[in-house]
Design a protein around this ligand. Sequence first.
Ligand code: SF4
Length: 439
Amino acid sequence: MTVSLCGRKVFVRTFGCQMNENDSEHIAGVLLRAGAVRTDRPESADVVIVNTCAVRRKSEEKLYSYLGRLSRLKRKRPFVLGVAGCVAQVRKADLLTKLPFVDVVVGPDGYPDLPELVVRAAEAPEVRTELGPVWREIGAEATARENPWSAFVPVMEGCDNYCAYCIVPFSRGREKFRPLANILAEVRAAAAAGALEIQLLGQNVNAYRDPGSGLGFAGLLDAVAAVPGPAWIRFITSHPKSFGDDIVRAMAASPKVCRALHLPLQSGSTPVLGRMNRGYTCEGYLGLVARLKESVPGTLLTTDIIVGFPGETEDDFQRTCDVLREVRYAGIFSFRYSPRPLTAAADIPDDIPLEVKRRRLVELQALQKTIQVEANRAFVGRDLRVLATGPSPKGAGRFSGRTEGNLVVNFDAPTDPTGRFLTVRITGSGPYSLHGTAV
Ligand code: SF4
C-alpha cells in the first residue's frame, strides 16, 4: 500500500545509543519519503515519534516522564504519537494500557511500515512488534542522515549472547546480518554524498557473517576500507569473546580504521563475568588488550562497566578498578546494575544495597577521572587531526570535533569548519576533552 503523508510535519526524538540514532535516521527517512516534512519542535508536529531505549531502568523511566509531557501537549493540540525502538519492542501492546494516549507502538522491524501505521492510527491504535528472522533492508535511499560527513551504516542487528543482565536479545531479537553487497552499496552512496567517516553499527559487529559468502567481520572491514572517499572507519559495538586476531590484523592493516575501540569489559572479576554469561575471563580480556596495543599501537580504548551486579564483592569491585589502572581507558560508560525484565539476572536477588552501588560507582568514576586527566595532559602541545562536528557549547567562535582516537576537542577557528578535517594545536586539557586552536 502506497501511503502519502504529504506535508505532515514530523518530529523524531531519540533516546539511547548510536544504533538508535541510526534507527531514527531510518524512521525520519521513511516518513519523509512518504511526503512528510521535518520539524524540530513537537509543538508544531502532526506526527511525533519517540525512539526509545530499554537497556537501563533509568532510561526507561526518563522516557515515561518525556511521554507524560507529550500527553499534556497532545491534550492542547492533537497529533499522532508513536513509540518506537526497544521499549516498544519489549512492552508491546501493554504500552497502550499503560499509556493510552499513544497511537502507534512499533519495533525495529516495523519501521518500513511507519507511513501506513501512522495513517491507520488516526482510526485505531496500531501495534507492530514482530521481529523477522532476516534483515529487513531500509538502505541509503530511505535514510535521513543527521549530517553528510559522518555516516552510520548498520551491518547487523540483534544478539545471541544473552548476557544475564541485558535486554537486547529481547528488544532486538536474534542476530541477523545485512548482506555485504548492500552494506558496500550504502558505504559508496555515503561516500558519494561526502562522508568522511563511516561508522559500522551493530550490537555485536564482530559476529558479522555475510549471509551469502560467510565472509566475517575482518573481511568486511577490508572491503569497506577499499571504498574510495571516507578517511575514517569506526565500528561499534565489539564483544571481547568474538574479537579474533583476524580483526586485530585487519585494523592494523588499514590506516583508515580508526585507532579507537570500544571494548566492553563490564567487570574485572572473572567470577562476576561468569555469572554475567559474558563468555570470557578477565585474563582473556587483558590478553586481547595486550595484542591490540602491540599490533595497533596508539589505539585508544573505551569500555562499559556495571557496578553492583548481584553477588559482586568488594574484592570483585577492586579487580574492576585494577583493570582501569592497567588498561588506562580513554573513557568509560559506567552504570549501577538494575534488573531488566525478561533477563536471566532478573531472577537473581538484587542483593547489593543501593548505597554500596552508589559508593562503588562514585569511586570508579573518580579513579577514571584521574586517569583521563593524566592521559589527556599528554596531548598538550601536539597537533591533532580533527573532524569538526559543529559549534561548541563552550561559546561563540568555538567549535567541537573528534580526533581519530574519538577524543572530544573544543577549539577556536576563524571560520566554521563543520564537516571538514583540520589540524588543531592542543593547548590545554581536562578530564573529558582537549582544547586548542586551529592551525
Ligand atoms: S553481547 Fe551481551 S551486553 Fe551486548 S547486546 Fe548482546 S546480550 Fe547485550
